[in-house]
Design a protein around this ligand. Structure first.
Ligand code: SF4
Length: 318
């Protein structure tokens, strides 16, 4: 292990087997703290000690056919009568405010239900509120090459799109359709934001490394780790959540393995992960799949102010 940690410290590319060995380090052992320290040092160096906040507006909620067993918007748990689309004028005001508060980038999120044409029209209006050069990212259902081109045309610079852990087992989607969307995005030059998610206590290190490899394969310049949040009434609620200590180890290994060029994130914001390789977190407004409230900024979601506080707590500059 000493030799492997020495290798990790040099910044050399790690193999799958090496990532697995690092994930096998006992949490809270002395090797654990060495690992966290190495990932932290690499992140501070790579990101010039700058923290990053990406703000996401959830613009729509409805019973989602993706039916992810951890999600508050899955059709198995979300009531049709609670369906909701954030009025465009409100989204425009929120975008103005988030820009004013200093977000680095803006994401728009919908369920897999929302129609493509409505989304394009909506996004084009929000785009006008962003300063020149600000990145604009879509977090939406699966799509094909033609739609990826449309996303670019309305001004999106990237997409958040991943193969979730146990895709096709814990939801009604398939790995093939997720990959088709990822490849379509990459083909038209949309930047890919990748994440190992949503990690629960039942997931194996092999499953996690598979997604880290996918992030590396598709050249994700922004990567992240996210633990599953237990949302009451969802099917996976009973499986529980990972500890922050365990997530920090996974975060450290993901940083050292993927080496995302622009940022390494953690959802939800977590100070321990921000000391273990992550420099990026999200502020969230309106709908959030991990929340029962349709105004997550007053519930689970971090406001810009709160997100800034997390970065400050971990000594990341803004
Ligand atoms: S996580 Fe996304 S795709 Fe899955 S049910 Fe929720 S909104 Fe739908």
């Amino acid at each position: 292990m000493k030799k492997l940690l020495e290798k990790a410290k040099t910044g050399a590319e790690l193999t799958r087997e090496e990532a697995l060995q690092l994930l096998g380090i006992e949490t809270c052992s002395s090797d654990y703290y060495t690992l966290l320290g190495i990932a932290n040092a690499e992140a501070r160096r790579d990101y010039q000690n700058c923290g990053s906040i990406l703000a996401q507006i959830g613009i729509e909620a409805s019973p989602c056919p993706g039916n992810c067993a951890f999600c508050s918007l899955a059709e198995s748990v979300f009531r049709k009568e609670d369906s909701f689309v954030l009025p465009i004028e409100t989204a425009e005001q929120i975008a103005d405010l988030l820009v004013q508060q200093g977000t680095d980038e803006l994401f728009l999120m919908t369920t897999a239900n929302y129609t493509n044409s409505d989304f394009l029209e909506y996004a084009a209006k929000v785009r006008r509120h962003l300063p020149e050069g600000m990145r604009f990212v879509a977090n939406v259902g699966d799509f094909d090459l033609e739609y990826a081109k449309e996303l670019r045309k309305v001004g999106f610079t990237g997409v958040y799109h991943v193969c979730r852990l146990r895709e096709g087992v814990d939801n009604d989607l398939t790995i093939a359709q997720r990959i088709r969307s990822i490849e379509a995005a990459c083909q038209v030059g949309l930047e890919l934001y990748y994440c190992v998610e949503p990690i629960g206590p039942e997931h194996t290190y092999e499953e996690m490394v598979e997604e880290m490899e996918r992030a590396r394969k598709y050249g994700a310049d922004v990567a992240a780790v996210m633990k599953r949040t237990c949302v009451p009434d969802t099917k996976l609620y009973e499986r529980g959540e990972l500890s922050s200590a365990e997530l920090a180890k996974i975060c450290a290994v993901a940083k050292l393995f993927i080496k995302p060029k622009r940022a390494m994130g953690v959802h939800e914001p977590d100070v321990l992960c921000l000391m273990s390789g992550a420099n990026q977190i999200y502020a969230e407004v309106s709908v959030n799949p991990r929340d029962l409230s349709l105004s997550t900024e007053t519930s689970r979601g971090a406001s810009m102010e709160k997100a800034c506080g997390f970065l400050r707590a971990a000594n990341w500059n803004r």
